[in-house]
Design a protein around this ligand. Structure first.
Ligand SMILES: [Zn+2]
Length: 232
């Protein structure tokens, strides 16, 4: 960790106590249903960029899907005029390995043609997709710059937030894979801790060891999906 500045950095401003502040809204913004964590993360990014009409409810209106894929989120960022973002993935398209996962089984066939069309049209729509696994050190550097947020797909079953665990919050459990989007928002080099907002909780900031995040974002089912977006 010596390569990193020992300065604590958090890119999203600390929420003001005023409930009218857009950033205080983004800080506590929770998903509305059990499938829209991705929309909630995009909404937090758009709110940080002061882009209006980007609440989760409004995003539902333009993306009325229940099976939201990361490529859908990238297209929404483009639709709202966000310029500087890149979607990294280890798999372009619909990964048929996931047919064995109950999380995907019901929807994967109906999603296939839609998702493939989005990937195929991405270059023409100026949606930048890079077929590689974003290195954890790159994630650390993006976060410590204070300029980028990362929407990342994790397996919630193996993601353990230190803050929520201390408070004794119950976690969804059961399946071996529960896909969940979270928004990485900061990095603490002394403890090698990633700070993030989890739209499934009302915690302002959750915290996880970087190595543990790496495990959760590398589970079979995530394709290592991550969208790095400049927010400052
Ligand atoms: Zn937490």
């Amino acid at each position: 960790m010596a390569a990193f500045s020992p300065r604590f950095t958090i890119l999203l401003p600390t929420p003001s106590p005023s409930p009218s502040s857009p950033l205080s809204a983004s800080a506590t913004l929770q998903q509305l249903a059990d499938w829209d964590c991705g929309l909630a993360c995009v909404s937090m990014v758009l709110t940080a960029l002061n882009i209006p009409r980007s609440s989760p409810a409004e995003l539902h209106g333009i993306c009325p899907l229940q099976n939201i894929w990361t490529v859908d989120l990238a297209y929404i960022l483009r639709r709202f005029g966000v310029e500087d973002f890149t979607y990294y993935t280890s798999y372009i398209g619909v990964n048929w390995q996931y047919l064995s996962k109950s999380f995907y089984r019901d929807s994967i066939t109906e999603d296939q043609s839609r998702v493939h069309a989005l990937f195929a049209g991405a270059a023409d729509r100026n949606v930048r997709i890079v077929p590689m696994i974003l290195d954890m050190n790159d994630i650390r550097r993006f976060l410590i710059s204070g300029k980028y947020a990362v929407i990342i797909l994790v397996n919630l079953s193996v993601l353990n937030c230190g803050t929520c665990t201390k408070k004794g919050y119950e976690k969804i459990s059961g399946d071996d894979f529960v896909g969940h989007y979270i928004l990485l928002a900061g990095y603490e080099p002394d403890s090698d801790t990633i700070l993030y907002r989890d739209p499934g909780t009302n915690e302002v900031l959750c915290a996880v060891d970087a190595d543990d995040l790496d495990v959760a974002r590398s589970s079979l089912g995530t394709d290592h999906d991550a969208i790095v977006v400049r927010v400052a």
